[in-house]
Design a protein around this ligand. Structure first.
Ligand SMILES: [Zn+2]
Length: 528
């Protein structure tokens, strides 16, 4: 058989965790059709890639990506594919744009514009099936989707501050069931975002009973809003209790110790629950601070009625004062020490890269008032990231923790990438090579183990069959990299820079990156 592509002389790290070995890999159409003995001379292919002194692994799977809209606006998706990400799992935190009616699509795309960016007006996102068609063969990487709590709630009850009950709950359950039928890989929620946080724990249990039928996990951003509605006051104990009561699989998003916590302290409740039979996996990203959109600092009532009402509240002096006093008096996270990453208007574009306090000082107002003003002037189109610690020892501790967490078989990488705006968090460009390059080498972790965590592990957890391993009959999603030189080059100061040491990326048997440059080939599929 004449092959389409042969990858010769590479060191195969097959995703199982097994020791690397030398072989040729034969690709025909979209599959790996042969793993060929290195002594075999008589092989023919249209394209020969010489991988001598390079490592060949399955494509990386990012289990937490906010590229929902970025992928629709630019399918080439250089910031992801050049890291070796061949599958993006989008719609984490319950924040996504399907399934939504035309009216709710307009509403939610506005509400989410600070985190997702701005998509086209006329996309059909009325179901997961329709949404998948917007990605299928139109992106460089494969796209898998969660069924998000946000859109499902919007369809069931709008932006109303009430836990779902009765007929409205039934509606939400049937939408979730339909989403699973159409290929959603799990249920996602983020309980510092809206309308998700209008829920109580009972509502989430009811939704997870549907997930139980389809054997799908819940991917959860732990609750810090409306904690009085939650089992055990939210946080990790709420998530565990829901999984326990409904006997469902739990996946905990971006879970790692804070600067002043130990690993054992934060993992203890997880390990206790696992010992008692709860099925839990987790993810993390290798940076000391995160990124989000300002909605997360605003109390529950502010989100009621959606963007139009929010803008009215921001524009009314009295309402704005009440809002600011409530923000100061609550526990939704301290907004200081953050930096604007994404500003929609030309007028305020210069704020990108500025610290919240600097902008507040410049305007001689409080940080909270500054947030209200920018949200109003940008009509919600703004996002931020944390300011990284200045003390390098803190960085090192975070990195050490991340690598230690990744040595656990239940961990994987979720970049939490927000590839939006002029100065995004560097994780959107550098997350995977950072782990696989400088951090793996600095802390001396076995490469086979690190690769397993970012390939086979997520493929099995989210049931992406035929992916996550180098194996005969599997889809040819492949990354070829130089294990001694692979590195991220994206920094907080200069984030939009691609990594080095990843010369080739193949998606479904087609070359997406060649000699560290994107080819423009869009062979990604909506999967599974
Ligand atoms: Zn996220």
């Amino acid at each position: 058989m004449k092959l389409d592509i042969i990858i010769k002389n590479g060191n195969i790290i097959d995703g199982t965790g097994k020791k690397e070995y030398k072989s040729h890999i034969g690709i025909k159409e979209n599959k790996i059709v042969d793993i060929i003995n290195i002594g075999e001379k008589n092989i023919q292919a249209d394209k020969i890639i010489d991988a001598k002194n390079l490592s060949v692994s399955p494509g990386f799977i990012d289990v937490h990506s906010h590229a929902d809209v970025a992928l629709l606006n630019d399918g080439e998706h250089a910031n992801g594919i050049m890291q070796g990400i061949t599958t993006e799992i989008i719609a984490p935190d319950g924040l996504t744009l399907a399934p939504l009616s035309v009216k709710n699509y307009q509403l939610y795309k506005w509400y989410l514009s600070g985190i997702l960016g701005v998509p086209k007006n006329d996309l059909d996102m009325s179901s997961i099936e329709k949404a998948r068609l917007n990605y299928d063969s139109k992106t460089s990487c494969n796209v898998a989707m969660f069924a998000g709590h946000g859109p499902i709630r919007l369809e069931a009850i709008g932006m109303e501050d009430k836990p779902l009950k009765g007929k409205k709950l039934d509606h939400a359950k049937s939408l979730l069931s339909e989403s699973f039928e159409q290929g959603a890989v799990g249920f996602s929620t983020g309980l510092s975002y809206y309308p998700n946080s209008f829920s109580d724990s009972d509502e989430i249990c009811e939704l997870m009973k549907v997930a139980k039928i389809y054997d799908k996990p819940m991917s959860i951003h732990l609750r810090n809003h409306n904690t009085d509605r939650a089992f055990h006051d939210g946080g990790v104990m709420e998530a565990i209790e829901i999984a326990k009561r409904t006997e469902t699989k739990l996946h905990i998003e971006h879970y790692k110790p804070d600067f002043n916590q130990s690993i054992s302290e934060v993992l203890d409740p997880v390990d206790k629950a696992k010992d008692s039979g709860v099925d839990i996996t987790l993810e993390t990203y290798p940076y000391p601070v995160g990124s989000s959109f300002p909605q997360t600092f605003f109390p529950s009532y502010f989100h009621e009625g959606g963007p139009e009402k929010m803008i009215q509240k921001l524009n009314n002096t009295e309402e704005r004062e009440i809002l600011i006093s409530k923000m100061i008096g609550t526990h939704y996270g301290n907004p200081s020490n953050n930096v604007w990453t994404h500003i929609v208007s030309d007028k305020n574009k210069h704020l990108e890269g500025m610290l919240f306090e600097e902008v507040a000082d410049m305007w001689k107002i409080s940080v909270e008032e500054m947030l209200c003003r920018v949200m109003y002037e940008e009509s919600l189109g703004c996002g931020f990231r944390g300011a990284p610690p200045r003390n390098i020892k803190v960085w090192r501790q975070v990195e050490k923790n991340v690598m230690e967490l990744l040595s656990r078989p239940d961990y994987m990488i979720g970049s939490d990438a927000i590839p939006t705006g002029g100065l995004p968090h560097p994780r959107a460009y550098g997350c995977f090579p950072r782990v696989l390059g400088r951090l793996r080498r600095r802390y001396n972790y076995p490469i086979e183990q690190v690769i397993q965590r970012i390939t086979e592990n997520p493929a099995q957890r989210f049931n992406l069959s035929g992916r996550g391993n180098i194996k005969k009959g599997f889809f040819a999603d492949i990354v070829i990299f130089d294990q001694d030189h692979i590195n991220d080059r994206s920094s907080f100061e200069d984030p939009n820079v691609h990594p080095e040491g990843i010369p080739w990326v193949i998606v479904n048997g087609k070359i997406a990156v060649e000699n560290e440059k994107t080819t423009g080939v869009l062979s990604g599929k909506a999967i599974p």
